[in-house]
Write a protein of this length. Structure first.
Length: 115
């Protein structure tokens, strides 16, 4: 149930991103309007592609759980998915901080965590 919930949440995020892109385009913030728009679409688009890749792995792991995969194999799949999704969460937080103008604060927090 937890794996399926994670997948549905990720799909909801992607749908929300597409809705946001559509709204931005309708408001005149087109990909080719200026370099800032291009970078925004590039960064958020690459993040979306990584989420799609994570959904493939999550889907395989979920299918294995429903089809009665061996516990040790299933455990490895769940652990790898958890690591990947935690990585994506960190990337999303970094993107959000940079786009919100909190870049310097985010870098300071990272320095404190790494020292």
């Amino acid at each position: 149930l937890g794996l399926a919930t994670a997948g549905l949440t990720a799909l909801a995020f992607l749908v929300g991103q597409l809705v946001a892109w559509r709204q931005l385009a309708e408001d005149g913030y087109l990909l080719s309007s200026n370099p800032a728009n291009s970078f925004f679409y590039l960064i958020t688009g690459m993040h979306g592609l990584h989420i799609l890749g994570g959904l493939v792995g999550l889907g395989r792991t979920t299918a294995g759980a429903w089809n009665g995969a061996r516990p040790e194999r299933l455990r490895l799949g769940v652990e790898l998915c958890a690591m990947y999704w935690h990585f994506l969460l960190f990337v999303w937080l970094a993107i959000f901080a940079l786009l919100a103008g909190w870049g310097a604060t985010f870098i300071d927090i990272c320095r404190q965590l790494l020292t």
